[in-house]
Design a binder for this molecule. Structure first.
Ligand code: ZN
Length: 341
C-alpha cells in the first residue's frame, strides 16, 4: 500500500517537475537545462528539514533519477511514512560481497528569516554558489552517488565487478532509530551481503575529497544544580545558579585548553575534546520575562561534547562526576550517548 502511494505521488511529482515553470513564481530560477547542477537544485528544493521532513517527494525524485540511469530501485518502509530508498547496480560477480554507499534524506531545522535566500529555493548566485538547507549535509553526497553512477554508465560504459548499492535513509538527524537502525538490522540489509560501506563525510569545495575512517562520539551532557532559593538582594552560598556557574566556568576553562591546542596548530579540531554549551535553563518566569529579584532553586545547562576515538570515555565520565557536576555542590548530571551528529 505504502509503495503504491509512493508510486502515485511519484507520478504526480514527475508531472510537476516536467511542467513548465510559472514565470512569476520564482524569478531567481533560471529554468533550466537538465544538468547535474539543476538536478542537485531540484533535490535541494524538497523541504526535508525537521521537525516535519518531506520524505515522499525526494524519494520519488530519486526513484525517477535511478530509473533514468537504469539502476534498480525500491523503497522499504519499516515505519510508515519513513521510507528507506535502496538502489542496486548489479555487478558482474554478484556472488562477491557488495559495496554500499549511504546518505540521509533529512536535514536539520532551519530559521528561514535568518537566511539571505529562502532555504529551500536553492538559489544559485552569479558566482556559482547554491544556497539551501541540507546542501552540504548531506544532499550533495546523495546526488553525487547518482551522478557518479550516471557518468560511469553513460560516458564510460563501466560495469562494476561487485554489486553496488546506494541507500537513502530517513531520520538520521534525530538518531536514525526509524531509519538506518531498522534498515541495518533487517533481513533486506543482510541479503545485500555488504563487504564495504561508505557513509557521509564532509562536502568539498574542490575536486579533492577527504576520507574519514573514524568519528567522534557525541555526548549530550545535561548538568542540573539545585540550591536554596532566595531574594535577589541577598548574597549567600550554594544557590543553584552559583553552583551551576562554577561548573560552567570549569568547563569553559577546559574548553579553552582544548581549543588552544587546535589554535596553536598542534591538533585538528577532531583530535581534541570539543565542549560547547547549547542551552541554559533557569529563572522564574514573570509576565514580562523573568522575575529579576528571585534566585531560583533550580538551574540547568546542556553541553554538546565530542570525544575523539583516542580519548578514554571513563576519564571524561569521572571528570563530569567529580569536577563538573559533583554531588557535593548539589549537582546531578545525565549523559545521553547520542547516535547522531
Ligand atoms: Zn549528515
Amino acid at each position: 500500500m505504502a509503495n503504491r502511494l509512493i508510486s502515485l505521488s511519484c507520478f504526480i511529482l514527475l508531472l510537476l517537475l516536467l511542467s513548465p515553470p510559472i514565470a512569476s513564481h520564482q524569478p531567481e530560477r533560471e529554468e533550466e537545462e537538465d544538468t547535474p547542477i539543476t538536478r542537485f537544485q531540484t533535490y535541494l528544493r524538497f523541504k526535508t528539514a525537521h521537525p516535519n521532513p518531506n520524505y515522499s517527494d525526494p524519494v520519488c525524485f530519486l526513484l525517477n533519477q535511478a530509473r533514468s540511469i537504469g539502476v534498480q530501485a525500491r523503497t522499504i518502509e519499516y515505519v510508515p511514512g519513513k521510507p528507506v530508498l535502496l538502489l542496486t547496480w548489479t555487478g558482474s560477480r554478484p556472488d562477491l560481497p557488495s559495496i554500499l554507499f549511504n546518505s540521509h534524506l533529512d536535514s536539520v531545522p532551519v530559521e528561514p528569516d535568518k537566511w539571505a535566500h529562502p532555504p529551500f529555493a536553492a538559489v544559485r548566485t552569479p558566482d556559482g554558489r547554491i544556497f539551501a538547507r541540507g546542501a552540504q549535509d548531506d544532499k550533495c553526497i546523495g546526488l553525487q552517488y547518482l551522478e557518479a553512477i550516471r557518468n560511469l554508465r553513460e560516458v564510460h560504459d563501466f560495469k562494476p565487478i561487485r554489486t553496488v548499492h546506494v541507500s537513502y535513509v530517513p531520520d538520521e538527524e534525530i538518531g536514525g532509530l526509524d531509519g538506518a537502525a531498522k534498515f541495518f538490522s533487517s533481513k533486506e540489509f543482510e541479503e545485500l551481503n555488504v563487504g564495504f560501506a561508505m557513509d557521509e563525510g564532509q562536502a568539498s569545495p574542490s575536486d579533492e575529497f577527504r576520507v574519514f575512517y573514524a568519528d567522534r562520539s557525541p555526548w549530550h551532557v545535561i548538568l542540573r544544580a539545585t540550591g536554596v532559593p532566595g531574594h535577589g538582594s541577598r548574597m549567600y552560598d550554594n544557590s543553584a545558579m552559583e553552583n551551576l556557574m562554577k561548573s560552567i566556568e570549569m568547563m569553559t576553562q577546559f574548553r579553552e585548553v582544548q581549543f588552544d591546542v587546535v589554535k596553536r596548530g598542534r591538533a585538528a579540531n577532531s583530535e581534541v575534546i570539543s565542549v560547547n554549551p547549547v542551552y541554559l535553563k533557569a529563572g522564574i518566569p514573570s509576565a514580562n520575562g523573568f522575575a529579576m529579584n528571585i534566585q531560583p532553586s533550580e538551574a540547568e545547562v546542556g553541553f554538546d561534547i565530542r570525544l575523539p576515538p583516542t580519548v578514554d570515555p571513563e576519564l571524561v565520565r569521572k571528570r563530569i562526576a567529580e569536577e563538573w557536576a559533583p554531588a557535593s555542590r548539589n549537582m546531578t548530571y545525565q549523559v545521553l550517548l547520542s547516535s547522531f551528529g
